[in-house]
Design a binder for this molecule. Sequence first.
Ligand SMILES: Cc1cc2nc3c(=O)[nH]c(=O)nc-3n(C[C@H](O)[C@H](O)[C@H](O)COP(=O)(O)O)c2cc1C
Length: 222
Amino acid sequence: MIAAPGLSGSAGRRGGGANPGEGADTGGSARFRWDARAESDAGGQNLPAERAAAPPPRPWMSPPRAHHFRGSLGRFATGVAIVTFDGVTKRHGITVNSFTSVSMEPPLVLVSIARKTRAHDELAGRPFSVNILGAEQRQLALHFAGRPGSEPEWVEGPIAPRLARVLAWFECKPWAAYDGGDHTLYLGEVVDFDYRSGDALAFANSVFTTIPESQLGMEDLL
Ligand SMILES: Cc1cc2nc3c(=O)[nH]c(=O)nc-3n(C[C@H](O)[C@H](O)[C@H](O)COP(=O)(O)O)c2cc1C
C-alpha cells in the first residue's frame, strides 16, 4: 500500500486529483458503485469556493514521523502483486503490496491505489487482473514500479489482460471503490483465477525476499 522509499513514484505524475467517473465504463458490471467520498478534493476540483481559497492543510505528520510510520508499516511482510488492466488511454500495470482477500461469498479482493499514480483514475469502474508474483519475478515488480525493463509477456484474459507465468492470478470485475485518504480502495469481484506451484516473492522492511513454497498448505484452516 505504502511503497518503499526510493522504489515508487516518478517525476511528472499528476498531482492526485481523482476524477474517477470521467471516461470510465462500467466494465459490464451493474454492481459497481463509486463511494462519493472517493471523489477526492485533493486536486482542488469541485471544491466549495471558501475551501478552494483556504491555504493547503498542514501535513498529518512531520517528515521524521512519516518516515517512522513507513518503517513501522514496512515490518508487515507481504506478497507482491501487479494490477493489470486496459485503461482509456493505454494498458496499465502497477506493482502493489496492498492486495488483500476480502470475501468468499461473493469472492472479493482489494487493492489500494495511490491517487498520485497514473493507474488511479483509469482503474475506476474497469475490470482488472491481480497477478501474484513468484520469487523469480522481482524484475517484473520493478518494471511496474517505475523502473521499466523489457516488455513483459501478456496473456489476453477474457475479463482483463494479465501477465504470463505468474504464481497466481485473479481476473476481476469492478465491485466498489472507497476513499482511502491519499489512496483509493478498489474492490474486485473475482471471475476467474488459478495458481501454479513455486516460491512466492515477498516484500518486508523495504526489500524483496522469498517465501519458500509450503509443502503442507493450510487452506482448509483459514
Ligand atoms: C513492493 C512495492 C509495493 C507497492 N505497493 C503499492 C500499492 O499497494 N499501491 C500503490 O498505489 N503503489 C504501490 N507501489 C508503488 C507503485 O508501484 C509505483 O508508484 C508505480 O510506479 C505507479 O505506476 P503508475 O503511476 O504508472 O500507475 C508499490 C511499489 C513497490 C515496489
